[in-house]
Design a protein around this ligand. Sequence first.
Ligand code: FPP
Length: 236
Amino acid sequence: MIMDGNGRWAKNRFLPRVAGHARGVRRVRDVVKFCLARQTRFLTLFAFSTENWNRPENEVSYLMGLFAATLEGEINKLWENGVRLRVIGDRTRFTPRLQALIASAEARTAGADRLILTVAANYGGQWDIQQAFRAWMKNQWPSLATGGTLPEPSEIDLKPYLSMAYAPDPDLVIRTGGEQRISNFLMWQSVYAELYFTETLWPDFDTAAMELAFAWFAGRERRFGQIGQQQRATAC
Ligand code: FPP
């Protein structure tokens, strides 16, 4: 989920932008409940991108505070409902307190597996590919040092090193708020994702809106680079 439109939702109501983020948390709850009811195994929320640091300082610090408060307030409920929380992104830029909260929330829910809720925070698809490549290089290093050669670029499999190596690639990417772009979300992983764009602003994205997105997805023919006939033959 690319949760866009909080600022505009607030502006339309003559409220400060941050009021839209606060209201957005309600929708996070609804979407989690919806996914649990639909037995969706993986839900990934783009909460804060590597580019979002460029926002006004008060908005950045509000978002950090909201993230911390939501973690503290919701973690027990997540655990009770079988939701495992995972956070992807470069967390070293967060305050030590937020880093500790994230670590304890992840540890608290580590045994849950009904729904894997991933929050992308200080995350960017380009950052992810870079960190995966660095990790791959590090792993390759011992063999290079003893005379091994680098494989062809096309043979390099970065998937095990990407932040979401634990999950299948996304089937559906939903972006609210009217823009039609990926904005550095799961760039490597969403190559064959169905892309759903809606004008609805994130704070208005309720269960009915989610139903519409799922219904749209159910009607898509997914070919993964093949032709439809081949896909149907594999399914038989
Ligand atoms: C984009 O809307 C939204 C964000 C950058 C933050 C999203 C955060 C939340 C929904 C709340 C926190 C989430 C968790 C998981 C605790 P925008 O501000 O760019 O909207 P605009 O395009 O209308 O200005």
